[in-house]
Design a protein around this ligand. Structure first.
Ligand code: ADP
Ligand code: ZN
Length: 191
């Protein structure tokens, strides 16, 4: 009798900005490579904060990644020999990323997604909540609140140094926009 042992599952790493999501994703990628596993990494093409073809953390760690627009590009880019698929900034992908992750995990791949779980208003962000629901493993990281030093689950958006209102557009021309880590109590979203 042959014992059936199937691989393949989904891991999600979430939290606010500066919580160490990219750092943790890069750590998992490196460990998989040490274990001689084939890893392919992806990120949305819109995120060009650092480098077009790599995942970069705020503390300077980097891992190569292919920038893509459409989640289905992942399915065509993934090789049969790949063991691990890593996806950063997953909140920026359309809902179809959920089906793509399910397909890869069903095919026997370890899928690791990292992304924001809440937006600057403190509300659920894109497909991350759905991915959290279907994942086998979920890790929720905290940054340090820059105001009070407590664990920070939220991302404060500042425009010209002031808390951004809930209806502010995502891109404001000519304004100095910044983000910082804050806890629930220090997070401000003016009406
Ligand atoms: P994320 O992907 O969640 O935005 P990164 O992995 O890019 O986070 O960066 C995490 C790093 O950010 C930390 O190791 C630390 O060096 C730096 N950092 C800057 N501000 C903060 C903060 N307020 N709390 C925690 N880490 C911070
Ligand atoms: Zn605080």
């Amino acid at each position: 009798m042959q014992l059936m042992h199937k691989e393949g599952w989904i891991e999600v790493i979430c939290g606010g900005m500066f919580s160490g999501k990219s750092e943790e994703l890069i750590r998992r990628i490196r460990r998989a490579r040490i274990a001689k596993q084939e890893v392919q990494a992806f990120k949305p093409a819109i995120d060009d904060r650092y480098h077009a073809e790599s995942i970069a953390s705020h503390n300077g760690l980097m891992a190569e990644a292919k920038a893509i627009q459409d989640p289905y590009e992942i399915l065509s880019a993934v090789e049969n020999t790949t063991n691990v698929v890593a996806i950063d900034e997953v909140q920026f992908f359309s809902e179809e990323i959920v089906e793509v992750c399910q397909t890869l995990a069903d095919r026997g791949m370890r899928v690791i997604c990292a992304g924001l779980d809440t937006d600057f208003r403190g509300q659920a962000f894109g497909p991350t909540p759905h991915l959290l629901a279907i994942a086998e493993y979920a890790t929720k990281l905290q940054a340090i609140c820059v105001q009070c030093g407590q664990p920070a689950a939220r991302t404060q958006r500042l425009i010209d140094g002031k808390p951004a209102g809930k209806d502010e557009p995502i891109i404001l021309v000519g304004a100095d926009e910044q983000y910082e880590a804050r806890c629930r109590h220090c997070h401000e979203v003016p009406e």
